[in-house]
Write a protein that binds this ligand. Sequence first.
Ligand code: 5GP
Ligand code: SF4
Ligand code: MG
Length: 458
Amino acid sequence: CGVFGVWAPGLDVARMTYFGLKALQHRGQESAGIAVGNGSTVLVRKDEGLVDQVFTDADLKAMPGKVACGHVRYGTSGGGGWEGAQPHLSTINDTIIALAHNGTLVNTDAMRRELINMGIPFRTHTDSEVAAKLIGYFTQETHRIREGIASTMAMLEGAYAMALVREDAIYAFRDPDGIRPLVLGELPGGKGWVVASETCALDIVGASYVRDVEPGEIIKISDDGLESQQEYRSAVPSPCIFEQVYFARPDSVMGGGTVYSARRRMGERLAREAPADADLVIGVPDSGLPPAEGFARASGLPFGEGLIKNRYVARTFIQPTQELREMGVRLKLNALKDVVAGKRLVLVDDSIVRGTTMAQIVRMLRDAGAAEVHVRINSPEVRWPCFYGIDTDTQDQLISANKSVDEIREFIGADSLAFLSVEGLLASVPPAPGHCCACFTGDYPVAIPEVFSRGSFL
Ligand code: 5GP
Ligand code: SF4
Ligand code: MG
């Protein structure tokens, strides 16, 4: 998912949030929503669909305010529909707040039951709504939202990067392990503050990057200015390395460098770890292109465009059924016959999850006349499900959990296949004290859901 928030009295905060969400659209295409605090209350508009499908110009004009937050959803738990869209509104007594959440919480079931027993109504089964209602619950008497957030953070386990608005202030906070990203930016001329999942959303509204929201930090922005409190800190933060591989936009700055340059270094490293005897290096658009460029550069082979992407088709991964997913690849990609015909190709892509995408791309390239297809993947094998907000949560779907590299090579129909090593991946991203690499290593930095850790799943 993607989250965005802005505090800017006097500016069109709903429209700024709309632009911010458009820059974050790659992080989720299921639903979009904006909540505005107008000084006396909080209004939310949200629905299923892309940002452009949910908001008209008239909708934005009807939401004046001084503070706003927004969300684009990539559903990982609790169903869809209007109800599943965020921000989630919580009105308990006279505390009205709206919450936008990126990540997945792993321990909200029991809390949800308890809140229901206390008479607090729920509209969804999502983890995010539990967080919204918990904060509302803890705040109802004191009206001190920061304390409500702190009490809630003490109870939540899992991954969360959140933006919350009340009628006249915004709050941004991140789990102590810092698994999902969240950055702070400032508007020019002291006009206000912005928080967003990625820096590309700061750029679009003209805000400059100030710093990351720290793991375990709570930021409050109001008429009193920006206040920060370091509520919790884990020994070693664990930002998700998959953001660098696939999820984030290449023009975003993450960990001190652009995601683009990290992906190019992954390709360079991959060329050294697993060279191929070939004529041309191509990448699977979009996320395979920077590593393909790096692979070509390090191996001295030419880099070309062998696959063309239809820009008007959203990411295929979120299609609910396998059948639709297979349709999706053909809708999205086509081979450039005169580039690939007769060539021994190196084909670079970011990851193999189920393997169906790559099998179809290899077939497409062979149909277009490719002589050989050597597949190189700029991440290690995805063997473990992610419980922190990326939708790969059933292990039986992960081809690397069930097949050897040679069996996968055969399944996708490639002449050779290699994956980047974990060390190679870590060496390609800006140095950091730690990273979550759990989907590659099975080494989960924070608790995973009880049902899984009991072993009924693995
Ligand atoms: P699959 O192997 O499941 O058929 O497709 C993998 C491809 O789906 C990757 O190359 C990647 O570009 C795309 N993709 C879309 N969403 C995700 C995601 O959440 N995680 C991963 N690893 N890949 C994704
Ligand atoms: Fe990211 Fe993988 Fe960790 Fe999930 S398990 S947070 S995708 S590195
Ligand atoms: Mg891809």
